[in-house]
Design a protein around this ligand. Structure first.
Ligand SMILES: N[C@H](CCC[C@H](N)C(=O)O)C(=O)O
Length: 260
């Protein structure tokens, strides 16, 4: 069967996107999804995302990591899916969609940047050398001195597979402060099992974590990721973060067909 796919990337976090409103995609075939994400034998991507019909919202998001397993929320993927929905004329410049962590609202600005509302965050666990929180996906956040030369894959995998996070694991983010409201970060992503050029739920986690531990009082924070720049903003209440938004580019790269 011929499968039409669209390739999108959001600050270098790249995805295979498929219009599955007719529900033909073989979702149970983990190996097949991993094959489509393979950068040599397949299309290539950090993940694969299905756009599906939903009775109440504009569409439903189904997310798979490049290991072929369905996973938790993907912030950059969600932003790319909104841009894809516009290309398919499912929406204009506003979207409400359902994902594994609930309802999301998003807007596409005049500058083409996609702003995605993330879930509220009210459980932030601060330890001596790291912070842990869930922004739709689990994230370990840790400050490091020499971020540029830090071995992300080795050090990220050690924590992800270590005692801290058990079988479920976590995404691992390493951070350096640049100025009062700017941080640079690099992420080891669970389910990709490597460094990705950007992680949307990770950027959201870093911004909130840096505010919680007092590195910044800002509620709009710039995150320099390997693949570009993301902006995270939020309202800070009594130990709760609401109106959390992740904003950045989400760009169409190419489309094609592949035999599945
Ligand atoms: N690898 C993550 C999901 C994708 C997160 C990332 N691509 C993002 O933009 O949020 C996990 O399994 O928890």
């Amino acid at each position: 069967m011929q499968l039409q796919f669209y390739k999108y990337q959001g600050t270098g976090n790249d995805f295979v996107l498929i219009d599955n409103r007719l529900n033909f995609f073989p979702k149970e075939n983990t190996q097949h999804i991993a094959h489509l994400c393979d950068r040599r034998f397949g299309i290539g991507g950090d993940g694969l995302i299905l756009l599906e019909n939903d009775p109440v919202t504009d569409f439903k998001m189904v997310y798979y990591n490049s290991d072929g397993n369905q996973s938790s929320m993907c912030g950059n993927g969600g932003r790319c899916l909104v841009a894809f929905a516009k290309k398919l004329q499912v929406i204009e410049n506003k979207a409400t969609f359902i994902a594994t962590d609930g309802l999301h609202h998003a807007t596409i600005g005049d500058d083409g940047l996609v702003s995605l509302q993330m879930i509220d965050v009210d459980a932030v666990k601060v330890s001596t050398d790291h912070v842990f929180l869930n922004t739709g996906s689990p994230h370990h956040v840790q400050l490091v001195d020499d971020l540029e030369n830090y071995n992300i894959k080795e050090n990220g995998a050690a924590i992800r597979y270590g005692d801290l996070y058990g079988k479920a694991g976590s995404n691992i983010n390493f951070v350096k402060q640049i100025d009062q409201a700017t941080f640079s970060m690099r992420t080891y992503e669970r389910g990709v099992e490597d460094e990705t050029l950007s992680c949307g739920t990770g950027a959201t986690a870093v911004a909130i974590a840096m505010n919680v531990i007092g590195k910044t009082n800002a509620t709009s924070i710039d995150l320099n990721v390997e693949g570009g720049k993301l902006v995270v903003s939020f309202d800070k209440g009594e130990g709760k973060f609401t109106n959390v938004f992740l904003k950045g580019p989400a760009e169409f790269v190419f489309k094609g067909t592949i035999i599945i």
